[in-house]
Design a protein. Structure first.
Length: 180
């Protein structure tokens, strides 16, 4: 009987060569991908345990402490008369106590028409003992400042122009006896 199948010899050499070529191509692709990956990434060795040394004390600048406290603005409790309230209204809450103390130090017992003759020949009149050098100012004429309200108005005008320096009791601090 005759065999109809042709006889071919299996040659493993060709199969190994093809397999080697495929492996070489895959290896080259893998190497290039690995190189790209290592170019984009970095491998860093981490320290598992870290020991830090510190000084036993630290010096740093203090932060300012801000204490919020509501500001209560009110007249002093010792306002006894409408004239004292008028003085406080005229000078305002911040200067009220000083104005009352200066007027008490200047006038003492609060005699409305009190006047004083000074050694230099000038006279002082009224609640704030307005000196005669101010009589020429508007609202400070002698006939006006004998009225307590006008005297306070004139004193405020003098205060606005030169502060408390116009009153001797302020300059020598004797008004502080009346300030609480």
């Amino acid at each position: 009987m005759t065999d109809l199948k042709p006889k071919t010899k299996f040659k493993p050499f060709y199969l190994i060569a093809v397999f080697a070529i495929i492996l070489t191509i895959l290896f080259a692709i893998g190497i290039s991908k690995s190189i790209d990956w290592f170019n984009k990434h970095e491998v860093i060795k981490n320290q598992i345990i870290a020991v830090t040394l510190k000084w036993p004390i630290t010096i740093k600048a203090r932060e300012p402490q801000i204490i919020e406290k509501p500001l209560v603005l009110d007249y002093p409790e010792e306002i006894d008369t409408p004239l004292e309230k008028y003085i406080c209204d005229k000078w305002g809450i911040f200067e009220c106590k000083t104005a009352l103390a200066v007027s008490k130090a200047e006038n003492g017992d609060r005699i409305r028409d009190r006047f004083n003759i000074n050694s230099n020949g000038t006279i002082d009149v009224g609640i704030f003992q307005i000196n005669s050098v101010h009589f020429s100012k508007e609202g400070c004429a002698l006939f006006q400042i004998v009225d307590p309200i006008q005297n306070v108005n004139c004193a405020k005008q003098i205060y606005d122009a030169s502060g408390w320096g116009a009153w001797v009791t302020y300059n020598n601090n004797s008004y502080l006896v009346h300030a609480e």
